[in-house]
Design a protein around this ligand. Structure first.
Ligand SMILES: *[C@@H]1O[C@H](CO)[C@@H](O)[C@H](O)[C@H]1NC(C)=O
Ligand SMILES: *[C@@H]1O[C@H](CO)[C@@H](O)[C@H](O)[C@H]1NC(C)=O
Length: 336
């Protein structure tokens, strides 16, 4: 039985070590009968790197409704065709985008957030453009954007992650929280206990001002990561920590393979959960110098150069507390 098989493998994983993985914001349109270049590049990179786990964030329209799959209006076949390609890959785990306005429920109600979770969890099978083949389009987790970083909102995120857990049921899933920066010391233990990973830094490589990088953005360097600035205060939580870097281009320091490899070795050496560097804004995967295929190849090199991080309690395990089942079991063709 699949669940039992999964649990057995999860138990094995909990005693092993894990390497730095990819948290890929794939916020672009998938294309129609033929994938658009950004999606195709992502699919190709995932296929070319079966040992790397790719958490792929899907975001049709600031969430699932409108142009993706909708409980009211049904699924758009461009999306079903693209998602079916990802779901078929055992090392691609799709996460549905949900924004939460930093826990300000006057701006974004609990009911609206839960409705988005319901929508994502309801995607199951749907016709695609592939000769109208009905394919598996299930997503396997939620990416909570704009996570409140303070103790004032931890109860909200406990409730939302608990709700996601009950909604996804026995299906393998992950939750990732994105405060986009540090969480307060007195909120850290609680927030980390609710999820698979937290993005503790989302910044830029270049200091040039852009939409992603407002004036005053401090350019990324793994060497500057420290407890309270990109790393958790509790070093034991590094294995659940992600960093995202945008606008990897330009000079000083030059954005090229050598600098990216050095950065990825640094991030892997810190024992972090996952990362991604975009070479332009947050949604582009085909731009030089590090399109997604090059990024993944360099991340693989970095992983083999450093020791894997220790498995964190809960990672890969199912059925304990708020633990998420984030890793696919071995030998299975795709997700269900
Ligand atoms: C969390 O859920 C509990 C139990 O349903 C409820 O009493 C509480 O008000 C919720 N808190 C927030 C902040 O949503
Ligand atoms: C950068 O690294 C990638 C992946 O290893 C490789 O394919 C590409 O040729 C490299 N580019 C340069 C300019 O060395």
């Amino acid at each position: 039985m699949k669940l039992l098989h999964y649990l057995t493998t999860a138990a094995a994983l909990s005693t092993s070590t894990l390497a730095l993985d990819v948290l890929l914001p794939l916020y672009t349109y998938p294309g129609g009968t033929t994938s658009l270049p950004d999606w195709q590049a992502a699919v190709d990179a995932i296929k070319a790197n079966p040992t790397i786990h790719f958490y792929v964030i899907l975001n049709p329209n600031n969430g699932p409704t409108g142009s993706g799959c909708d409980l009211t209006y049904g699924c758009n076949r461009d999306w079903t065709t693209g998602i079916a390609k990802l779901t078929a890959l055992p090392n691609a785990q799709t996460l549905g985008y949900v924004y939460t306005r930093y826990g300000d429920t006057a701006q974004r109600s609990v009911a609206a957030i839960k409705a988005d979770i319901n929508n994502w969890a309801a995607w199951a099978t749907a016709p695609t453009w592939d000769a109208a083949v009905t394919a598996n389009i299930k997503v396997h987790g939620i990416f909570f954007d704009e996570t409140g970083p303070t103790a004032a909102t931890t109860a909200l995120y406990r409730n939302l992650t608990t709700y996601a857990r009950s909604t996804f049921g026995a299906r393998a899933y992950a939750t990732v929280l994105n405060p986009g920066g540090q969480v307060d010391r007195n909120a850290e233990a609680a927030l980390f206990s609710y999820c698979s990973a937290i993005v503790l830094q989302e910044t830029c490589w270049t200091s040039a001002v852009s939409t992603d990088c407002p004036a005053g953005t401090v350019p990324f360097s793994y060497a500057a990561l420290k407890a309270g600035s990109g790393l958790p205060y509790d070093a034991g939580l590094r294995g659940k920590t992600s960093v995202l870097v945008h606008q990897f281009h330009g000079a000083a320091p030059t954005a090229d393979n050598a600098t990216l490899l050095a950065q990825l070795k640094g991030v892997a050496g810190l024992g972090l959960h996952s990362t991604y560097f975009t070479s332009a804004d947050w949604s582009r995967t085909t731009v030089a110098p590090a399109p997604v295929g090059v990024f993944a190849a360099l991340l693989k090199q970095a992983r083999s150069a450093v020791a894997a991080r220790s498995a964190v309690p809960g990672e890969g395990a199912e059925g304990v507390g708020f633990a998420d089942s984030t890793r696919q079991w071995v030998g299975k063709p795709g997700w269900d």
